[in-house]
Write a protein that binds this ligand. Structure first.
Ligand code: FAD
Length: 283
């Protein structure tokens, strides 16, 4: 018999998680679809479900003493987007996720833990070195989002842990973001690219590139980025950057697109971003 667990507070939730092997449900906008059986039938769960969306302690956006923005795991995308504390680049991404009705239920924690290659919030989170706080009865640990997501629906979470907080680290960067989908709303990403850069006196002080939907997880290469930092922006060779990223972008063919199209679009977006960098805002 499947149990529905409805904790009254975080302490109770962590105790329940320490005793039950269960699904964690936040907004349910992914989980309910994954457990969908057929029209007219209830979703089918094969183990207990714990509901964490009603945990008021996890519904907040606040700034800490280090200037980081901390988002409680039960905060809906709509409230994240409305918060004056959240950096604009996240809002740009959130506005293109699903539609108003989904964003009124869905959480960033669910988007991260779902670990879909097409999870849109993962792209700015990885580019900007954001992290998650995982909590259990044994305490908390902080993990960078880029390390937390291991692959398709694979995450670095122990059975007794849940995400309780997301930590955004605001960066002083100029951003570029493109999401390519079939239409404007409720469109799962075919390819996305976020770039971030900072140029001072003609020198590249920071240059970051993250692709979504083109591999098992967000593609970001610190090794490549470190090669470009310190170079004169005028000398940045767009073709050789594209050559560096081409083998890292390994999309699949599925019902939304084929891999050749995705690869081509990803490289076109990268060229567009690099042309903007060379155009030299922030000089
Ligand atoms: C019509 C439609 C359109 C969509 N469009 C987009 C889109 O454009 N872009 C996009 O990125 N996504 C999209 N999605 C997917 C989905 O809405 C998002 O991934 C959403 O952020 C999931 O959040 P949730 O709170 O509903 O997660 P849930 O469905 O509750 O959970 C998702 C996963 O995360 C786990 N989980 C949830 N909360 C926690 C926690 N606190 N700690 C640990 N694990 C947890 C769950 O166990 C589950 O594995 C769409 C979905 C639908 C139905």
């Amino acid at each position: 018999m499947i149990k529905q667990l409805v904790p009254a507070n975080l302490k109770e939730a962590l105790e329940m998680l320490s005793k039950h092997n269960c699904y964690i449900m936040s907004g349910g906008t992914d989980l309910m679809v994954q457990k969908h059986v057929s029209t007219g039938l209830l979703p089918s769960f094969d183990k207990d479900v714990i509901y964490v969306m009603n945990l008021k302690e996890l519904d907040y956006v606040k700034k800490d003493d280090n200037g980081n923005i901390r988002i409680g795991a039960a905060t809906r995308f709509t409230d994240i987007e409305r918060s004056p504390l959240v950096p604009e680049i996240y809002k740009i991404v959130i506005k293109e996720i699903a539609s108003n009705n989904i964003r009124n239920m869905a959480t960033m924690a669910g988007n991260i833990a779902n670990a879909s290659p097409a999870g849109d919030s993962l792209v700015p989170l990885v580019l900007n070195d954001a992290s998650v706080i995982l909590s259990s009865v044994n305490g908390n640990r902080e993990v960078l989002v880029r390390d937390f997501v291991l692959g398709v629906r694979k995450i670095d979470r122990k059975q007794n842990e849940m995400i309780t907080e997301i930590v955004l680290k605001p960066q002083e960067l100029n951003y570029f973001y493109r999401k390519v989908g079939a239409r404007k709303a409720e469109s799962i990403t075919k390819v996305s690219l976020m770039g971030g850069y900072k140029i001072e006196n003609g020198i590249i002080k920071d240059l970051r590139i993250a692709f979504g939907s083109v591999s098992i997880k967000v593609v970001r290469s610190l090794e490549n980025e470190n090669k470009y930092i310190g170079q004169k922006v005028k000398e940045l060779n767009i073709d050789s950057v594209i050559e560096d990223y081409s083998p890292l972008v390994t999309p699949i063919t599925d019902q939304r697109s084929n891999k050749e199209y995705r690869h081509k679009v990803a490289m076109n977006l990268l060229r567009k971003f690099l042309e903007e960098v060379k155009g030299g805002r922030n000089e």
